[in-house]
Design a binder for this molecule. Structure first.
Ligand SMILES: Nc1ncnc2c1ncn2[C@@H]1O[C@H](COP(=O)(O)OP(=O)(O)OP(=O)(O)O)[C@@H](O)[C@H]1O
Length: 268
């Protein structure tokens, strides 16, 4: 379980970008984080894996406080946090298998890493996961010979090789065509339930967020102003989050027929 409480991030002397955010995500739930550009979505994900230093607040992963960790303890904790990127972040000249095994770098010693001698168990796990996502037959291909969707599958497998306890995805479909984006969203959804893994996805595409995730969190100016089920993500919620500016009308699919637990918080 991921528990974020009173998370504040201020860059320099500027106004805080995250303002006392609270968020709890249980195992196997897939949460979309939506919000206009600059709302603080990437900052929030990056605070979780400490690529960005939180100013104050608490982030606990299965009971372990992440905010105060340093040195080796922080490196060990980072293994538990898988990350999937918009631009895939693969090493183009390496093979798919080598990219996937890079997910084990936090676990192997320096000699194993430099000589690329990974334990047999890691190689077997890599094949199992590559088969699961349909890229095992590309194991020996160079990463730059793959399509965008295939490259993102490599990114997902590399993250899963870490045996993460939470998976963070920062705009994982933004570089992909609509059909491939949907396949990646379905994949993330299925993996979350198969591996009992909480998944947080920063996403601009509200229609995809509504279709492929079970919970939507809406940020505006660093505050959470919506937290609820896709069915409750109404036009009012969309307007509250985007101020009616950024997300086009067609991004909101058919009007929901039930309004239960979605909450539009006071924005003051
Ligand atoms: N390293 C930094 N130094 C100073 N300000 C930063 C830094 N990183 C982000 N910001 C500022 O923090 C705010 C939130 O940025 P962030 O990237 O978290 O938003 P976002 O919701 O992910 O936006 P987008 O959808 O465009 O990626 C923005 O005003 C941004 O300019």
């Amino acid at each position: 379980m991921l528990e974020i409480s009173k998370l504040v991030k201020r860059y320099g002397r500027d106004e805080p970008v995250l303002k006392e955010l609270d968020l709890m995500v249980e195992g196997s739930s897939v949460v979309s984080i939506v919000g206009a550009s600059g709302a603080g979505k990437s900052t929030m994900l990056r605070c979780i894996n400490r690529l960005v230093e939180p100013t104050s607040g608490s982030i606990r992963l299965n009971g372990m406080e992440l905010v105060t960790l340093k040195g080796g303890a922080l490196r060990r904790a980072r293994r538990k946090i898988g990350m999937v990127f918009q631009g895939f972040n693969l090493i183009d000249r390496l093979t798919v298998m080598e990219n996937v095994l890079a997910g084990r770098l936090g676990y192997v010693n320096l000699y194993q890493a430099i000589s690329r001698r990974y334990p047999q168990a890691d190689i077997e796990r890599a094949f199992t996961l590559m088969e699961r996502v349909g890229i095992a037959h590309y194991a020996n291909k160079r990463a730059d010979e793959l399509s965008g969707g295939e490259r993102q599958r490599v990114g997902v497998v590399r993250a899963l090789m870490q045996e993460p306890e939470v998976l963070l995805a920062d705009e994982p479909t933004a570089s992909l065509d609509p059909r491939t984006s949907e396949q990646i969203m379905v994949l993330l959804q299925s993996l979350a339930s198969e591996l009992s893994l909480p998944v947080l996805i920063n996403i601009h595409n509200v229609a995809q967020a509504k279709t492929y995730t079970e919970r939507i969190v809406g940020l505006r100016h660093g505050k959470m102003i919506f937290d609820g089920a896709p069915a409750d993500f109404t036009k009012d919620a969309l307007d509250a989050i985007y101020g009616g500016i950024e997300a086009p009308e067609e991004e909101l699919t058919a009007e929901p027929d039930k309004a239960e637990s979605g909450v539009i918080h006071d924005q003051t």
